[in-house]
Design a binder for this molecule. Sequence first.
Ligand code: AMP
Length: 507
Amino acid sequence: MSLAHLLLRQAQLHPDTPAIFLGTRPWATHAQWAGRSAALATRLRQAGLQPGERVLLFMRNHPRYLELLWGLWWAGLAAVPVNAKLHPREVAWIAENAEARWAFTSADVVTEALPGVAVQIDVDSPQADALLAEPPAGPWPEPFDAPPDHLAWLFYTSGTTGRPKGVMLTHRNLMTMGLTYAFDVDTVGAHDAMLYAAPLSHGAGLYAIPHLMAGARHVVPESGGVDPAEMFELGRHHGPLTTFAAPTIVRRLVEQAQAEGLTPDDAARSFKTIVYGGAPMYAADIRRALDVMGPRFVQIYGQGETPMTITALSRGMLADVGHPRWAERIASVGVAQTPVQVRVADAQGRPLPAGELGEVLVRGDTVMAGYWRNAEATAATVREGWLFTGDMGVLDADGFLTLKDRSKDLIISGGSNIYPREVEEVLLTAPGVAEVAVVGAPDPEWGEVVVAFVVGEPGTALDVAALDAHCLDQMARFKRPKRYVVLDALPKNHYGKVLKTELRQRV
Ligand code: AMP
């Protein structure tokens, strides 16, 4: 069974229900979506594309993204989703490495020809119209009968060092990820609607799978991206939405709710669920988000190599304010999701007891088939079925995982280990601080010293002496920053992750 069968099933069950929207405008019913995707599949196969071949999707968020994706799966092809904001040289490298002969692009992102790509189609062109033109209504041709380990999604990791590697995700990986959403993340039904503000080329796009499984609606905002005012407005139009948001987007939604003077009940009219993840969420930020917007948050922790599926911190756990360990739990990433085992291990991969710090390992049906044409990297990362995530963490006796900084982020000052996250959590509770990132700087006396990059709330002038006093009041002396650098904004990558490498270079 392939992921395309999920669309066929909805098209047979609910042909005439609107499935895809562009902003407030209906774009396709399930039958239209299936018709277009099936027609595209037939045309791509007629053009000579063979099952297993890779097709690049290098475009901004667009309702056709979903039609293309399911069209590729219908034909047995693999999608290579590329973030629309990548540099042309980065995209060129991906196209070449994936050996993609076809690419679908949008005019606003493409600046150069892609090496090795023989057919490049603008998603808004008449050529794309012709490829996606619907045949008469069903019956639709059967989707390609993909074996479970057939490649579906070749995702290039945003790795901070070296060339990006292609993570091979199979139909089985994505089917498992989709099914477990209903157990670990949220209930989902036909009345729900998923809003794609974050890039469809990443985890947000994969959440189309559980929403299609449930026959829900899919909404692509007109802006194609993150515009908090538009997101609230779309919720008021469609009814409470579900969306996936990196912590930086959550922060912007909270600011929007405050700017509009909304109560948690008002926020509930726009959003049913905001799933956050992809980068650390600080305890102070999630507390504020819960206060302003009410209990509509769920955290997930995942990685390209086991997409969206390592742990989850449910709405109920976040709302359980009376629990004796609530404060620790909201700073954790929650518990293992249903289809995976999660373990914290030493450098040899041996499991460590609760409370000890080690590398986070994951095993289960969501773990990638390997890195594309890179047996060496695969062997180093997946050992005896266990994915070595590179993330450092601690499990407690109840199974809650708290991530610590990656080993390369750890600061060793005067022989003592300092976890940047600890210092960041404290600084974020100081008045007037909006964002913070802590790194180590080389120091002749201490080996390394703690440097804090701080961004103030709009309209506040940060007082470094007051920040220092706040730190002295809350943490061990040796952990407090020796230097503060006040910035207007932190450098971030396209997914909203703070670029600590860049900050380290500055010091
Ligand atoms: P990517 O493969 O680009 O999706 O990046 C995955 C990495 O993001 C993980 O290995 C973690 O380091 C980080 N990450 C993902 N989710 C979370 C989370 N909920 N909290 C903290 N870090 C996260």
